[in-house]
Design a protein. Sequence first.
Length: 438
Amino acid sequence: MKHSIPLTALPENTVFGAGDVFVLFGELFGRGYATGLIDAAKAAGMSVVGITVGRREDDGALRALTAEELAQAEENLGGKIINIPLMAGFDMDAPEGGATPTDMLSDMTLDNWQDYKLDWAAVDTCREIGTARFTDALGRVMAELESFIPAGKNVFFAHTMAGGIPRAKAFLAIANRIYKGRGARHMPSQALMDSDLGKLILQNFDEVTANSFGHLLAQSAALRGKIEAGGGQVRYTAYGYHGTRVLIDGAYQWQTYTSYTQGYAKMKLEGFAQQAWEQGVKATVFNCPEIRTNSSDVFAGIELSLLPLLEAFRKEGGGDWAQGVWDDCQALLKDEVKLEEVLATVGAYQQNPVMQSFYNFEAWPMQNSPEQVEMTVGTSGDIVALHKNRKELVSDVLSTYVVNATGALMFAASSKADGPVLWLDHDLVAQHLIAANS
């Protein structure tokens, strides 16, 4: 792929309505993109069915939810949950009595991680066991899911699985050096890619973020055939990230967060959608804008790409509503700080030649550099310091808007389903929010 393929017009839901079934393929935890998509499905009158990734016992054993946990999860989801553990990834899998990949990392430290070697034959065995566990559980989930789908109804599968970092004790310290380290504390992300730890992380990312979508598409084929034979329609969506077009110097330009280690798995995720599309299956990966979530906070500075959305609100004709959002965001800053000054800082950062050199779509995902990290982490820290409360940020307000907008756009766009990979950029996000609030 040589360039992004943006959604260019506000879509309209023409397929899904009351009595149809929305399937969340990934458990709902805290703040994140999935909440907006679920809200859109509920607003259309659909019933919601979810799954669980299960819970780990102290000894690492995977189990289903207890009755209390299930009740809480269903209340959080606002629907029924199929209580069969569907944990993707293999970092906690092993032959009987053997070591898991996480166990294999137990002696790794901040000092030795770059030279730390893994037994790849043993890792491959764990990966095979984890894949077999996941696909077996998925088969049982599909069998139970069928009972939730009335005859003649449409079904929307929303894949939300992502992540897969092994629970190695030393990884947090390593990640802080890779993604946040400045000056003497900086570590190049290429060093992670070249290490056995990095190679293991990439494999597990593939299993959680991408291969789980491939397994869903394959194992739901029989059910999909029954639904379509009965007059219903089936759609699949997945959450991608592959940079975003935001306003830079008055024009929408593709940019990205660097270094985004999950980018390789996100491209593999796109590949599964492309393969499905070629087979006549309506599966679309929607590459969404950057937001702050519990999981994205490890990537210091990712929120900088979010702030130009305020300018998009005005550019797209937001009027009084846009001004209201600006006022709300201004109120979060220290009294002597103007929101326009913050946006000017972000603009100067994104237009800097150091950053522009990383906005190369065909080379994505690129590895970081000391100069780039210094600018990204430094600018992020400077802007956070301009707020009255470091726990109440402008980027948090804008993240909520993006979550709601992307959910509604994905839901509606799936009716027409123009292609296997689409980008939701700041222009369409702004246009949707303005239309929804006018």
